[in-house]
Design a protein around this ligand. Sequence first.
Ligand code: AMP
Length: 384
Amino acid sequence: MDRMDVVLPPAAIGILGGGQLGRMLALEARRSGYRVVVLTDEPPGSPAGQLAHVEINGSYTDAALLDRFLAEVEVVTAEFENIPDACLQAVAERRPLRPGRRAIFTTQHREREKLFLRDQGIACAPFRIVENEAQLQAAVEELGRPCVIKTAAFGYDGKGQCKVTAETDLTQAWRAFEGAHAVVEAWVPFVKEVSVVGARGMDGSMAVHGCVENEHADHILDVTIAPARVEPATADQALALWRAVAEGLDYVGTMAVEMFVTADGGVMVNEIAPRPHNSGHHSIESCETNQFHQQMRVICGLPLGEARLHTPAVMVNLLGDVWPTEDQAPDWSAVLEHPRAKLHLYGKECARRKRKMGHFTVLGSDVKQALREAREIQARLGRR
Ligand code: AMP
């Protein structure tokens, strides 16, 4: 470890972004005695800002705000990827930015991400990049129906996506994408969705929290099951894909790769997240070193912690739909009375439908038990 690269407490860590991932990183960093400074375009009191020593609010490209932010911090990370490249560039010129600009720039845009995967020979769904309706027609012809159109930029949780079926009128479908690049992907008849979250250090060492299984509801992560109920060979393939992505990006920090498992046990990459990830939240309770603590260690130039999963766990997302009304909290006793469940709330005031408000994790002696008990708690909480 090169001492020059090491940032020790009470130095300040800068976080770009004000969401829950920044909040949970801030919690870990504060526990270890670091100062935390958040720059966010959210209003004051953002989930991460609530736990920062300093919260700076405004545009990521406001030069004066960036000056203030950079003057306060020794190292910078990002808690979400949709940060203007001009900001990443300005930060990287003046402070260590981990993960680096290239990794964030590549993964914040589906087209760049797909081209990276293709260049690296990493398995992903067959795809075409399209810019106009004629190209869309040709792509759908080649890939066949069903397939899916996704915006190249700023898509997440199924936003900016359109499934093309036998009935879809392509002229009409293209209207939503007009004027932008889009990626058309072959439909993957997956049997399971899995992900791997882990970290790669500055020296190239890597540590993962294992292969986990994800169940989505309305395109949003609902439940993560750790470890995934897959054959060992499938989990090994998933871990190998994660490593290939991390090495290909020369990645430094915590990173998630979401993948599809097909009926023959094959695995292909769906998406890369250059940050801690919702499907890694279970690690707070279930792993020796959780994904946020690991992010803190890596960005500060410290060696990786032991990431191993020590106890089977199930994480359930709490969307705004669980709140009886937008501003009335649910009765949390179903979670809080359980001896192996932990409640995490992100400090968001308005519980809009589909908004990620928090999560809970249940540990068990095996995933079957943890899943059964997590589902019981979820059912008791209900939804509006
Ligand atoms: P994404 O925003 O790309 O992660 O997509 C959200 C969800 O849509 C995924 O978790 C899958 O459940 C589904 N999905 C996305 N792409 C495909 C695909 N090519 N084939 C089948 N399902 C997909």
